[in-house]
Design a protein around this ligand. Structure first.
Ligand SMILES: C[S@@+](CC[C@H](N)C(=O)[O-])C[C@H]1O[C@@H](n2cnc3c(N)ncnc32)[C@H](O)[C@@H]1O
Length: 221
């Protein structure tokens, strides 16, 4: 297996991302990490829910960018978010320091990002009155959902890099842990992803993607 080193790269909107040597994949779009995260997960995912109190599952905590932007939006909008985020390879302190989010994100998101990165793994951390996170150091393919999730951010590496994450079995597990009208969002619009989501029962919507990507997917239970 390749060593799991990560190198930082600045994306088109000025925010950084990491390249994983192990997976040969970037954590975000090179067309803009912040722009992608806001477009797919915050606007098309979090903001599509009619509920003011939601449970969110993220597959792939990575840099904590999606989590920080969710906390920021929850705080602005007055939503209550319980956020469970799975990660098999948590970043080290040095790896977090490769990222420029403390300087490049809007001030409130930058502060929330630092609090979230410092939160202990495996326990609930109340970041503020609107956002509580549990970072879970586990292999998603072996993990059993802890509760029902209104919104799922499916942000694994691409199906070509990690086909085991995008299987019928894994999407069925998620589907079974969602209420009716629950929402799953992901950047991948690959045929196999659409077919697999439809096979387990999701209703699919193809939306306009972030810069550099024609489309993205939103799926409803
Ligand atoms: C595309 S990145 C996620 C980016 C992240 N959402 C962010 O905001 O920075 C994919 C993440 O999935 C993690 N991952 C890979 N295999 C995994 C597994 N089997 N279970 C849980 N996480 C996994 C990787 O280590 C990586 O951090």
């Amino acid at each position: 297996m390749k060593r799991n080193t990560k190198t930082a790269q600045t994306t088109a909107d000025g925010t950084s991302t990491l390249l994983s040597a192990q997976y040969g994949a970037h954590y975000h779009s090179l067309h803009g990490a912040l722009t992608e995260s806001l477009h797919i997960y915050i606007e098309a995912g979090l903001m599509a829910s009619p509920k003011k109190s939601v449970s969110v599952l993220e597959v792939g905590f990575g840099t904590g960018l999606n989590a920080a932007l969710t906390a920021q939006r929850a705080t602005i909008a007055g939503f209550s978010v319980t956020y469970h985020s799975l990660e098999l390879h948590p970043l080290s302190g040095n790896e977090y320091e490769l990222l420029n989010y403390a300087k490049q994100l809007p001030a409130e998101a930058a502060t929330l990002w630092q609090l979230i990165c410092n939160a202990e793994w495996g326990k609930d951390s109340r970041i503020n009155e609107f956002f509580t996170i549990r970072k879970i150091n586990a292999d998603f393919t072996q993990w059993v959902p802890l509760c029902n999730y209104d919104i799922v951010y499916f942000d694994a590496f691409a199906p070509d890099d990690q086909p085991e994450m995008w299987s019928v079995e894994q999407f069925q597990k998620i589907y079974d842990a969602m209420p009716n009208r629950g929402i799953l969002v992901t950047y991948s619009v690959k045929g196999v992803v659409k077919r697999t989501l439809a096979q387990v029962g999701f209703t699919l919507e193809r939306l306009v993607g972030p810069p550099g990507k024609k489309h993205m997917l939103r799926a409803f239970k």
